[in-house]
Design a protein around this ligand. Structure first.
Ligand code: GRG
Length: 308
């Protein structure tokens, strides 16, 4: 009987993720139809519908649900966040940025459509993201314009020159320099380049869901913790994967000039930091309805224990 109860309360995280990602994919498909001029909409759709784990939109939906909202209410902001995430990757892949020819296992946008169209496709996705949140016709029922304005202001702050763009620019300034990047600078880069958009996703989900200021604050701290956790784990995997591959090829960590947590504080302390961030993230969820915390708890575990 005990085992049966356990099975009954066990949360099907994989099913939750896949189900939500599928809804997000359908909504994104509808959000960017192949209208005139075809070229730009084809390029936007190439970028947006090429796969991706959809972690940010799922976080947005889960945050809306934890404060009492539902998936349909969170879908426009969730899609907007994925449009912004996608445009940031598309611009990052350009030859004069990170110069990557492959994205999500497919040819990068600039490889297929060229650089000028790629810049415009990113710009168009960014513009469309805010319009998509603001358009009340995208919501299942009446939604407060005041909440939408608050969500838009929040998202703009998270991605602009004091948010995601700040992280990217400080990262650029820290690449290829002689001296090692200090720990506080590394944390600044990750908090802005990665955590900021996760924070935006979670916070705007909670805003449209009608969360209180206290709930929004706790969810914001949750998102900042999992954002940093994402990068600390990335750095740990970089080292462990590199040493696994040493037999075959030169370890990535040995050839890369990138500053990582293991390089600065060692592997053991990096693992401890990851544990602390995971614990801190989960502790922010303590005041919420326990029946609704499972998705965000499992999302944090997923970021912490992933293998790539
Ligand atoms: C946002 C206005 C604006 C401009 C963009 C180019 C640029 C400025 C920023 C680049 C930022 C960048 C490359 C951040 C990396 C973020 C990150 C952790 C990506 C990996 O995310 P996953 O694993 O990827 O969620 P998928 O493909 O699954 O979505």
């Amino acid at each position: 009987a005990a085992a049966a109860t356990e099975v009954a309360v066990e949360f099907d995280f994989k099913g939750y993720m896949l189900g939500k990602a599928e809804s997000v994919n359908r909504a994104l498909d509808r959000a960017v139809p192949l209208t005139h001029p075809k070229l730009i909409h084809e390029a936007m759709r190439h970028c947006l519908l090429a796969g991706g784990k959809r972690v940010r939109p799922v976080l947005c939906i889960a945050a809306c649900e934890i404060v009492g909202g539902d998936e349909a209410l969170a879908m426009p902001p969730a899609c907007a966040v994925e449009m912004i995430h996608t445009m940031s990757l598309v611009h990052d892949d350009l030859p004069f940025m990170d110069n990557d020819g492959l994205r999500r296992g497919k040819p990068a946008c600039h490889v297929v459509y060229g650089e000028p169209v790629t810049v415009l496709a990113g710009d168009a996705l960014l513009a469309h993201s805010f319009g998509h949140i603001a358009d009340t016709a995208n919501y299942p029922s009446a939604v407060s314009p005041a909440l939408l304005v608050r969500a838009i202001a929040e998202l703009s702050r998270c991605i602009g020159s004091e948010g995601l763009v700040a992280g990217q620019v400080v990262d650029m300034e820290s690449t290829g320099i002689e001296e090692t990047v200090a720990l506080d600078r590394l944390e600044y880069i990750h908090l802005h380049k990665t955590a900021s958009l996760l924070e935006g996703a979670v916070v705007i989900g909670a805003i449209v869901g009608g969360g209180s200021d206290g709930e929004i604050d706790r969810l914001r701290r949750y998102a900042q913790c999992i954002g940093l956790l994402f990068q600390v784990v990335d750095d740990i995997l970089d080292v462990t994967k590199s040493s696994e591959e040493l037999g075959k090829t030169a370890g990535k960590d040995l050839v890369s000039d990138k500053t990582t947590y293991p390089k600065l504080i060692g592997l053991e302390k990096s693992r401890k930091l990851a544990e602390e961030l995971l614990r801190d993230a989960k502790s922010q969820l303590e005041g919420f309805d326990p029946a609704k915390t499972a998705p965000l708890i499992h999302l944090a575990n997923y970021i912490a224990y992933r293998q790539k």
